[in-house]
Design a protein around this ligand. Structure first.
Ligand code: FES
Length: 490
């Protein structure tokens, strides 16, 4: 069988399938973990992006408990894999805290007390704390959550998958999935298989056909999230992970060390491609952190991508015969990815799985009802029309400085022009290869991002994140001497 995607979901699925006696071929477009696993801050928790009380209201108490139990099971599975195989990935059990909003002024004590009571009634080891360490806000403490080094864990999984008839192929781009007979096309080769697991964060079209794939896509929203990290003088704060009730929410992880503590702080999420000043997202994040931990000295920053559903639960299961998809993990990529690996194994073995109904790709019960669904899907028509009708303003490629990008109109084509650090001008079509919106320049990450469904591209056009599956088109050669016309805002 073929697993597409070499993040935690793909490698977990490959390992569990191998342990079940299957021969697995895992294909990864880039390097293992270089999609989104490398950017995760790896808070391992059973808490979901939707509050437990909200899950109870929408799905009922049993199903809400099942959702949390899924995270708890994934944590146990990870711990078991780490312990049995002695994977050195700094896995640790730590308390996880949900705190009142860091930016908020409303007293959330009553809500948080209620959240803790509901969790305890459903059998989880949770209590209300009037003052969460570090942030001095009320919150709830969930015992026995966890954290680890995601890339070290991934390396351990890869070692376990490789060999005995199973193989991993990096730098291998899947271009098509054929259905009769089932086969995956990648790097010019055809790999015959009897089952396909699509573990690509944003799912490929696969053998769904465009209509079914677009329907699945309409249940997903891509967000960019920002992270800064740095050092604190040792033993200033306890080892923990926390996240707040804000929307978007902040998250903080503290790893105590001997000489200094390492902190990782993230938040300021926005829909991918819809923020014009992405540098400012980092600045605001650093300012918020300096209020909470004034002694923190920052030395790294990065951004990641979160694929969200509007009910806070993932979409995991078969989309069509012998094709399994796992996506929409919200802020729980590692735990839901691990669980998805186990569910993929059960789907292949045709075994019942406790989560197959709740996380079903075809479920219709969603938080916020139909209006939330409609709101999340207004981006495509709005940006598609707005971008294609936008009034143009004058600019030339010469005006683009190193590290900048802008959309120019050249010979009637809208062209995504950027200049790299060496001064080279890079030009590709500005039309997103997913459904035709215009991409926008992301100044902080030096990428072209699409505001409609969140595809991201490198300045040379290669796909960094889907749902687009093909690169931005290279520019057709100019028929006359380059004449640059008015340009749109990038
Ligand atoms: Fe859908 Fe660009 S049009 S991601």
């Amino acid at each position: 069988m073929v697993v597409i995607g070499g993040g935690v979901t793909g490698l977990s699925a490959a390992l569990f399938l191998k342990q079940a006696g299957k021969r697995v071929c895992l294909l990864e477009r880039d390097r293992l973990g270089h999609g989104d696993t490398i950017h995760t801050t790896a808070h391992l928790t059973c808490d979901t992006d939707a509050r437990l009380t909200q899950l109870v209201k929408t799905f009922g108490a049993d199903q809400a408990a099942l959702a949390w139990y899924g995270g708890a099971c994934a944590l146990d599975l990870i711990e078991q894999i780490v312990t049995e195989n002695r994977i050195e990935c700094e896995f640790r059990r730590t308390p996880g805290f949900l705190t009142a909003a860091l930016d908020g002024t409303r007293d959330e004590t009553g809500d948080l007390q209620h959240e803790a009571t509901v969790a305890r009634k459903l059998g989880f080891d949770v209590d209300f704390v009037p003052c969460v360490p570090v942030v001095d806000k009320p919150g709830i403490r969930i015992r026995d959550q966890g954290k680890f080094h995601p890339m070290a864990y991934l390396a351990g999984l890869a070692n376990l998958v490789q060999g005995d008839g199973c193989s991993i192929h990096e730098s291998t781009t899947v271009t098509d999935v054929e259905s009769a007979p089932l086969a995956v096309l990648a790097n010019g080769f055809k790999i015959a298989c009897d089952y396909v697991v699509i573990a690509t964060h944003v799912p490929l079209t696969g053998k769904n056909g465009l209509v079914k794939a677009s329907l699945l896509q309409s249940k997903l929203t891509s967000y960019s999230t920002y992270v800064v990290s740095g050092r604190l003088p040792a033993v200033q704060v306890p080892d923990l992970s926390l996240w707040d009730t804000g929307n978007p929410y902040y998250y903080l992880r503290v790893d105590a060390g001997n000489d200094f503590d390492r902190i990782i702080f993230g938040g300021n999420d926005h829909k991918t491609g819809q923020e014009t000043d992405t540098e400012n997202c980092y600045d605001r994040l650093a300012q918020t952190l300096s209020r909470v931990l004034p002694n923190a000295k920052l030395d790294h920053r990065w951004s990641g991508q979160v694929v969200a559903t509007n009910d806070g639960l993932p979409l995991i299961g078969e989309t069509t015969d012998r094709q399994f998809v796992a996506t929409g993990f919200n802020g729980n990529g590692i735990t839901f990815g691990t669980l998805a690996g186990m569910m993929a194994r059960d789907a292949v073995l045709k075994k019942e799985n406790p989560w197959q109904g709740l996380f079903s790709v075809g479920r219709t019960k969603i938080l916020g009802g139909g209006w939330e669904y409609v709101k999340q899907n207004m981006d495509f028509p709005y940006y598609f029309l707005a971008d294609h009708m936008r009034r143009l303003k004058h600019a030339t490629a010469r005006a683009i400085k190193r590290g900048e990008g802008q959309i120019l109109k050249i010979d009637g084509q809208r062209v995504a022009c950027s200049r790299d650090a060496r001064g080279r001008l890079l030009k590709v079509s500005a039309v997103c290869t997913h459904l035709g919106c215009l991409v926008r320049w992301n100044d902080a990450e030096k990428t072209w991002d699409c505001p409609c469904h969140g595809s991201r591209f490198l300045p040379e056009g290669e796909v960094l994140a889907g749902p687009a599956e093909t690169p931005l088109e290279p520019l057709a050669p100019s028929k006359r001497k380059q004449k640059i016309k008015p340009a749109a805002d990038a």
